[in-house]
Design a binder for this molecule. Structure first.
Ligand code: ZN
Length: 471
């Protein structure tokens, strides 16, 4: 497994693999909007399958709210509108008629959902209310757009919204959401760090924001998930109240949390190599591809064996590549598309009562006995997931550095990127100066006690923060 190009020419590698592995077609004639190829759409479907299962296990119900939000609702929460005002697309006309109230294409759905929460919630027994939806959202990005990473139409926005009868319950929900996202990224073998965003970088209208970031090969981090404690801010704005146990009206406590297409970008990137994608089995549209190796006069025998094998592997996502191509060409295609396992069946395998297997992650070639083949393949797929997860975590952790001061941090961030941790006093002006001096962003504070003085100003440190260049 070589990763030279993957590491040194990341942008080129990314654009090429997304197109050639048939994840997204970038030729749609609107900037920042892309088309899912059927193969890419299958990857998306399996990724969503994982998060749906995890959310529903914890009592979230799937729902669907409208795409259009009336301007008066959208503008109600002052900080929220301020956070989004320069990214919103507006619908201003119905046919030729100007609309009385402009309609926003949702950049996120708080202001679509919470007027309904006001109607739905009456008493403490209506809570906790836990819903989610998977929708497209729109943001007028002025920065350089990039498939799955910086989009004008986010096609895969999974947003969950909850309401609770107390601050403690909302805090508990934040912990549950963080746990769900950890399990989600673990299932996809994506490594992450969790930090609390600095106050100037929290979600507009939230009390605080906890964020998941992963690290890309060229040294920048990508935000892949956020969890917000909204406190009673939106409840006050939208008048969402309930009758508490004392019989009094009280504003509800809310949380929301989201993931997007960026999870799929990470899935493609963190496991990739110079040959293309390397998908974890849970997200792979094809978990194993069977390649018949035909020899003169043995074609029928091989085809019959392949058909039997496919039957026995029912329940796994198996594809038989029966194209009239040289095996080498087929290997190349499926390696590019990241199929975790290749199974070769030729006359010699049949004679020996085995199949030949080749792992995409390591390139390792071996044989599995034909008897008990399904268990054998399942075990191998589990091994692949485990080693992908371990490799990705090792790669990220090798690029996290704890630094005592900025003289140590600066060259690391400049030369190889990655994540740097320093002690920090917690002061906003000091934090912003730090970001500027290092030409980087504060990802946030982590759950670790500082040992020294603030790396920015030399005063007493209260937190350990993570810094990185970000997408
Ligand atoms: Zn300081």
């Amino acid at each position: 497994m070589t990763r030279e190009r993957w590491r040194s020419s990341f942008s080129e590698w990314y654009n090429e693999v997304i197109e050639r592995a048939q994840i997204l077609d970038v030729r749609y004639p609107v900037k920042g909007l892309y088309v899912w190829f059927p193969y890419g759409f299958q990857v998306r479907k399996h990724v969503l399958g994982v998060i749906r299962r995890l959310l529903e296990e914890k009592g979230h119900q799937e729902t669907l709210f409208p795409l259009l939000i009336p301007e008066d609702e959208f503008a109600k929460e002052a900080q929220h509108i301020k956070g989004f005002e320069d990214e919103v697309y507006w619908v201003t006309h119905g046919g030729l008629e100007p609309l009385n109230v402009k309609l926003a294409l949702r950049p996120t759905s708080e202001t679509a959902i919470y007027p309904m929460f006001k109607v739905w919630i009456r008493s403490h027994s209506d809570m906790p209310l836990k819903i989610y939806q998977v929708v497209n959202t729109f943001r007028y990005e002025t920065k350089h757009t990039r498939p799955l990473i910086r989009l004008r139409e986010i096609t895969t926005f999974k947003e969950a919204h909850t309401a609770h009868a107390s601050w403690e319950d909302a805090e508990g929900q934040v912990r549950e959401a963080v746990g769900i996202y950890k399990a989600f990224f673990d299932a996809l073998c994506i490594p992450y760090t969790v930090s609390r965003r600095p106050p100037w970088d929290k979600f507009p209208g939230a009390e605080y924001t906890t964020a998941f970031d992963t690290l890309f090969p060229e040294g920048r981090t990508l935000q892949i998930g956020t969890v917000h404690n909204l406190g009673q801010n939106f409840a006050r704005t939208f008048g969402i109240t309930f009758e508490n146990l004392k019989g009094e009206q009280e504003h509800v406590y809310q949380t929301c949390y989201g993931i997007s297409d960026r999870v799929i970008a990470s899935l493609l990137v963190v496991h990739g190599d110079d040959k293309g994608l390397c998908l974890p089995p849970v997200a792979a549209p094809i978990q194993a591809v069977i390649i018949p190796i035909w020899f003169k006069g043995k074609g029928d025998e091989v085809n019959q064996e392949v058909a039997r094998l496919k039957d026995e592997l029912a329940g796994l996502r198996i594809h038989v590549d029966g194209r009239e191509l040289r095996p080498g060409n087929k290997f190349y295609d499926w390696e590019l598309k990241g199929v975790p396992l290749r199974i070769e069946v030729g006359p010699k395998d049949i004679a020996a009562g085995q199949v030949t297997v080749v792992r995409r992650d390591t390139g390792e070639k071996g044989a599995l006995p034909r008897a008990g083949i399904k268990e054998g393949i399942e075990r191998l797929l589990d091994d692949i997931a485990t080693s992908l997860r371990e490799r990705a975590w090792k790669e990220m952790e090798s690029r996290i550095a704890k630094c005592a001061n900025l003289d140590e941090a600066a060259p690391i961030l400049k030369e190889r990127g990655g994540i740097v941790r320093v002690d920090w006093c917690g002061d906003e002006a000091c934090g912003k100066a730090l970001e500027e001096r290092l030409d980087t962003d504060i990802l946030g504070t982590i759950e670790e006690q500082p040992k020294g003085l603030c790396a920015g100003c030399g005063h007493e440190a209260k937190h350990v923060i993570q810094l990185a260049r970000t997408f």
